[in-house]
Design a protein around this ligand. Sequence first.
Ligand SMILES: NC(=O)c1ccc[n+]([C@@H]2O[C@H](COP(=O)([O-])OP(=O)(O)OC[C@H]3O[C@@H](n4cnc5c(N)ncnc54)[C@H](OP(=O)(O)O)[C@@H]3O)[C@@H](O)[C@H]2O)c1
Length: 281
Amino acid sequence: MKVGFIGTGSMGRTLIESFIESGALEPGQIIASNRTMQKVHQLASQYPGLQIATSNTETVVGSEIIFLCVKPMQFKRVVDEIEPIVQDHQILVSITSPVQILHLEDHLRCKIAKVIPSITNSVLSGATLCIYGSRIKGKDRLLLEDLLQSISRPVIVEENYTRVTSDFSSCGPAFIAFFLQKWIDAAVETTGINREQATCLASEMVLGTGKLLTEGRLTPEEVQTRVAVPGGITAEALHLLENELQGVFHQLIRATHTKYDEDLEKLNVLFNRTEVNRPQY
Ligand SMILES: NC(=O)c1ccc[n+]([C@@H]2O[C@H](COP(=O)([O-])OP(=O)(O)OC[C@H]3O[C@@H](n4cnc5c(N)ncnc54)[C@H](OP(=O)(O)O)[C@@H]3O)[C@@H](O)[C@H]2O)c1
């Protein structure tokens, strides 16, 4: 099977590296193109056998699956470019949340899927969100999920929930890292603890907590109950967080959804689909 990548920026590159490092794909099974060619040349020297395409159409021809890894506002240009040559049996995978399946199915005759990856996939962990278009058949799902399984836990979601699910799986690592950074800064400032040691402890803690929630099957509430003895130190601090973070997560969800809605509006104009809106929850 040949897999094509259009766009080898941060996420395109991460996906290629992860598929190769996990053993799911050989470099020889991959063909890639990017606006700035130097990025593809770098990948080809890192992974001998990876095929450099000099155009996006060259990436598409002969690929069974094509990952489209450009930013939302760069989609229409690529779609127009590949429209005349895509074929019915090919699977085009968009990795960006605001571009709708409908936008792509309107313009391309191939099968369409949306797969939202995460930086966590670079360590063969975390989820990939899978959203399938109307032309995707059972065997196409199996093919995609078999590939994604090697770098993640594929989770099928409804397109209506693309934004909120992406908040957890792909924005989430940045949110948790922000929380840790602020906590570590405060610990260094307040107690003088060595930053490296605080960072090491915080990182091990997040890894262990993740395992409790996945392998250990504890819920977030159960983790809190197991750690916080009534009247104890943890309970005191949890009480503080409860009061101080009142409403913050509602605001966070509003912020990501407002940006998504802005992108969607621009994309609707580009793709001539003014009636497509994100359903209100
Ligand atoms: N970063 C994440 O954690 C994450 C997670 C999930 C989904 N995503 C989504 O992934 C998408 C890409 O994000 P990114 O962080 O990888 O952005 P990025 O680093 O800017 O990569 C985009 C790449 O697309 C290339 N490109 C632009 N127009 C092109 C064209 N016409 N033909 C071929 N290549 C073209 C750019 O080439 P140049 O080198 O010339 O700029 C660049 O290398 C975004 O929509 C984002 O929402 C990202």
